[in-house]
Design a protein around this ligand. Structure first.
Ligand SMILES: [Zn+2]
Length: 268
């Protein structure tokens, strides 16, 4: 843990992790997982996670942009912390429910929205996206706000209650403390992706989008779901294992791509 020297918050992790986090923000933007909206977080301990202040991920650049949050409450550790994201409860409740989730992405990607508002499930049909399995769950914010007439119907995850409901959609925790479903769609909103590392959650986010594109293309040329040859449960399982084993490979390429792009600054 770093010492507060007046320029950085107490408790920030070492520069290596912050630098990796900033790269992660940029990679998500480079691959159109996020635009001005959407966010990524990384767990620092059982009870604390880190994410940027309220800003577009492409513009995150330094340790001063980081905010530490309490997993239990979803609130910033420091009372005078910069403004955070209203949907930080997505992250806090996922960390609370799944002890080995180390990183979380929330995206508003248009690529997945059709699968969240129709009866067509998103499912694995591309070998690097086997982790999607034979059907990605869809969480509906209305299941929470219909119980509370006072709550906004704006689809956003604005409370621990809504975050807990979303986290539950990822299914039970397995023996490794990870959710049964690493990704869940959010009706009319986007998706949440989870993983046991920052690199892996970015890989899962990118390949969720790629699978959605492939599936839509296949459905368009074959007239719907019936004509598409999806993966079996075994194929999805085995392709997921293979892809995870090679997950470290793309990271240096992704970092190189954003480091030479003039939009992105990483001053850590
Ligand atoms: Zn959102």
């Amino acid at each position: 843990m770093a010492v507060d020297n007046g320029s950085r918050a107490i408790g920030l992790p070492d520069d290596e992790l912050i630098r990796k986090y900033v790269h992660g923000c940029h990679i998500l933007h480079y691959y159109n997982i996020v635009d001005a909206y959407g966010h990524i977080s990384v767990r620092l301990s059982e009870s604390v996670f880190m994410m940027s202040r309220y800003m577009a991920p492409a513009l995150v650049s330094s340790a001063q942009d980081m905010v530490l949050y309490d997993v239990e409450s979803g609130e910033a550790l420091k009372k005078d912390a910069p403004k955070g994201f209203s949907e930080r409860y997505i992250h806090s409740e996922v960390y609370k429910a799944y002890p080995n989730v180390q990183a979380v992405v929330h995206s508003h990607s248009l690529e997945v929205i059709p699968f969240s508002i129709s009866s067509t499930p998103l499912r694995a049909c591309f070998h690097i996206a086997g982790f999607l399995g034979t059907g990605v769950p869809v969480w509906d914010a209305a299941t929470v706000y219909k119980e509370n007439p006072q709550a906004s119907n704006d689809m956003l995850v604005r409370s621990t209650e809504m975050g807990a409901s979303l986290a539950k959609a990822l299914g039970p925790a397995d023996d490794e403390g990870l959710p049964k479903y690493p990704v869940a769609l959010m009706r009319g909103h986007g998706f949440v992706a989870t993983a046991n590392s920052l690199e892996m959650v970015i890989a899962k986010s990118i390949y969720t989008i790629h699978n959605a594109r492939v599936q839509r293309s296949a459905m368009a040329i074959s007239g719907g779901m019936e004509g598409v040859h999806f993966f079996s449960e075994r194929e999805a399982h085995d392709t997921a294992l293979t892809a995870m084993a090679g997950a470290a490979k793309p990271w240096p390429l992704w970092v190189a791509e954003v480091e030479c792009h003039p939009l992105y600054k990483n001053n850590v």
